[in-house]
Design a protein around this ligand. Structure first.
Ligand code: SF4
Length: 379
């Protein structure tokens, strides 16, 4: 039987840079985008032989803003992807932002077997959207959402953020209420992280706006979990909630350390226990792919210790947790006395708990301060 593989395709273009963003993305002309797509297709085709021996389980076109591509560039990319053996049941996701969604583009995605759309909204509050530097309004989002639904897409994610500048508990609840009333079957809710060097970090440092306190952040996170739960969304990962059977299969591949190939600038791949990373700048990516279809700029062999750390860090993000007997079997040299001591200390403080079936899970409090818990386990 062929082994499963997932594909990630990075589109590093956006209409403008959001104030909080440190992703590899920038505003570029259509000519630059067209050139990039031709390199991307070359890179994808360079893996064609390798992929003939794999089953493509999921595809995710992310960014950046993939919906910024013209219909013609989208079609070129889809044609290349469809030259690979892609089963009809493959989960095929694409990210969109409201300002660049058009009926033509939605039609193109639908015609090319995209079966899951992820729309970046972040907030329904115009002032919050402005502080985030988003270039769309809530009304534009509603228009895009309606068009997407009318085109027959029924597997839709809405991306939200909380703990936003000047956001109150009530503002946040209003956003949750409005989004839930639209009945998407998946909601991602990430807390804002103020990244060094971003416009928003400077604004906060200069007291132009204020981010919520730690207590307010926890209250917003608890409200998110509670409100989504009573509305039929199961939390299956720290920041991800879905209706039954609508979890994002692609992200689960990452959290379960499944194999994937990333195409495009800054994308990384994980295959045969190695991590491959593509160049971080458009310029370097163009140079690499000009001479060879494989754009990889660095290869890292993942040793047992790193594999253990990743397994803990990624596995505990998921609410279903990690099987302790399985961990012991996979990593006998890392699950000895020291590991037991750390676990019992975390357990005594109510941050993790082993279930009756010997599954290690974060408690509610552990989920709220998950980064701290992971650090303790990995030290
Ligand atoms: S849309 Fe996303 S990738 Fe683009 S600038 Fe905003 S946050 Fe960054």
């Amino acid at each position: 039987m062929k082994k499963d593989i997932s594909l990630y395709i990075h589109i590093p273009f956006c209409k403008q840079k959001c104030s909080y963003c440190d992703f590899v993305s920038s505003a570029q002309s259509e000519d630059v985008q067209t050139h990039y797509i031709s390199l991307l297709c070359k890179e994808i085709l360079g893996w064609k032989e390798y992929l003939s021996d794999r089953t493509v389980k999921t595809i995710f076109i992310g960014g950046g803003t993939p919906s910024i591509l013209s219909v013609s560039n989208m079609q070129t990319l889809f044609n290349t992807l469809h030259s690979l053996p892609i089963p009809s049941e493959t989960e095929f996701s694409m990210e969109c932002n409201p300002e660049s969604v058009t009926a033509d583009k939605i039609h193109c995605m639908k015609q090319n077997a995209v079966n899951r759309l992820s729309i970046g909204l972040q907030s329904t509050n115009q002032k919050e959207l402005q502080l985030l530097g988003r270039c769309h309004s809530y009304e534009q989002f509603l228009h895009a959402y309606e068009q997407i639904q009318q085109s027959g897409f029924d597997n839709i994610n809405i991306d939200l953020m909380f703990a936003l500048p000047n956001q109150t508990i009530q503002d946040h609840i209003r956003t949750l209420q409005k989004v839930v009333s639209l009945k998407p079957n998946h909601i991602s809710a990430y807390s804002l992280i103020l990244e060094e060097g971003t416009q928003l970090k400077k604004q906060v440092d200069h007291h132009y706006c204020e981010i919520p306190s730690e207590e307010e952040y926890i209250e917003m996170y608890r409200n998110t979990i509670h409100f989504l739960e009573i509305n039929g969304y199961e939390q299956y990962e720290i920041s991800n909630f879905s209706k039954q059977n609508h979890e994002c299969k692609h992200n689960i591949v990452y959290w379960e350390r499944g194999e994937y190939i990333g195409f495009g600038v800054s994308a990384s791949s994980f295959v045969d226990k190695k991590r491959f990373t593509n160049p971080m700048s458009l310029q370097e990516y163009s140079e690499h792919t000009f001479y060879t279809p494989k754009a990889v700029s660095s290869i890292e062999q993942i040793d047992l210790e790193e594999a253990f750390e990743e397994t803990i860090f990624l596995g505990l993000r998921m609410n279903k947790g990690l099987s302790i007997p399985w961990l012991k079997q996979q990593f006998p040299s890392f699950t000895g006395e020291q590991f037991k001591k750390t676990l019992s200390s975390l357990q005594n403080r109510g941050l993790i708990y082993p279930t009756e079936n010997n599954i290690l899970q974060l408690t509610q409090e552990g989920i709220e301060i998950s980064n701290q818990v992971f650090l303790e386990i990995l030290l």
